[in-house]
Design a protein around this ligand. Structure first.
Ligand SMILES: Cc1ncc(C[n+]2csc(CCOP(=O)(O)OP(=O)(O)O)c2C)c(N)n1
Ligand code: SF4
Length: 271
């Protein structure tokens, strides 16, 4: 199938600004689904609110566009009732880790099988460039015109600490890597997190004088290195990309079924 077969073109033109990284993520996501040979009926995409969260409006699979920060809570309900479906949750950094931070750490801790995509542009794009927990110390935002003094989260470290069993990072510059990693994340039988550094030239880029969208993507290219590569050895200060964690652990829906079975047996024994 062609990429456009997965799109609801009736909702176009899309809302994204020229140069926004979110369209690149959508492209990588669709290619991953296509390469895995999944039918549209096998996929549920659940999202909250944000420029990034608009992805679920544009894809022609089962979709649920819910409340800001609550996508993982809705997705948990969907997955528990239909564990045979592949649940994918595209989120912005604000959606996933500010208002949705609690849902994020607990979904990771439970190891429920779904793929959380954190599209990290370090800002609240949709609402006008307020700083997020990913903006980082020393950055400028609409709500921090005299410099943001909050330290930022490290999405990878946070996900690992919360118990996610698949954790990866890539960027919008590395387009093939996006679809390769998302494929592995979808195949993983547990909670998978893929952080994708994405550019918001309109707010984060403009406030922080980072130049055009192309300049921002060049920055991703020049300041990240693949885990285990020679470049990573030579430049330990650069941000690492790739798969950090990929391990097996009991999956939540499978364990939940066992609880139901135990309860049924106890109930029958009492009859
Ligand atoms: C309960 C609630 N609080 C606040 C908002 C306003 N709001 C909508 S999107 C958003 C932040 C979007 O930022 P992010 O999730 O990082 O995505 P981006 O737009 O940058 O892709 C906020 C604060 C809302 N819709 N609902
Ligand atoms: S405001 Fe930023 S995140 Fe939103 S569409 Fe524009 S460039 Fe993308």
């Amino acid at each position: 199938m062609a990429v456009t077969d997965y799109l609801r073109e009736r909702f176009f033109p899309h809302i994204w600004c020229p140069g926004c990284g979110h369209g690149i993520v959508l492209n990588g996501l669709i290619r991953a689904i296509e390469q895995l040979g999944l039918s549209k009926n096998e996929i549920v995409m659940v999202s909250g609110i944000g420029c990034s969260s608009r992805i679920s409006g544009y894809v022609d699979v089962h979709t649920l566009h819910t409340l800001h920060g609550r996508a993982l809570a809705f997705a948990t309900g969907v997955k528990l009732s239909k564990p045979e479906l592949n649940v994918i949750v595209p989120m912005g950094d604000g959606d996933a880790l500010a208002i949705g931070g609690n849902h994020f750490i607990h979904a990771a801790r439970r190891n429920i099988a779904m793929t959380a995509l954190v599209m990290n542009n370090r800002i609240y794009g949709m609402t006008g460039g307020q700083y997020s927990p990913l903006s980082g110390y020393g950055t400028i935002a609409t709500t921090a015109p005299y410099t943001n003094i909050d330290q930022g989260f490290d999405v990878v470290a946070l996900s690992i600490a919360a118990g996610a069993t698949f954790v990866a990072r890539t960027t919008t510059y590395h387009v093939k890597e996006i679809s390769d990693i998302i494929q592995q994340a979808i195949l993983h039988d547990g909670f998978s997190v893929v952080e994708i550094l994405s550019q918001c030239p309109t707010y984060f880029g403009r406030h922080n004088r980072l130049g055009s969208a192309v300049d921002m993507m060049r920055h991703f290219k020049e300041n990240t290195v693949r885990i285990g590569s020679k470049a990573a050895e030579e430049h330990p200060d650069r941000l690492q990309r790739g798969i950090f964690v990929q391990k097996e652990q009991p999956e939540y829906c499978v364990e939940y079924d066992k609880v139901i079975e135990r309860a049924r047996k106890t109930f029958r024994a009492q009859e």
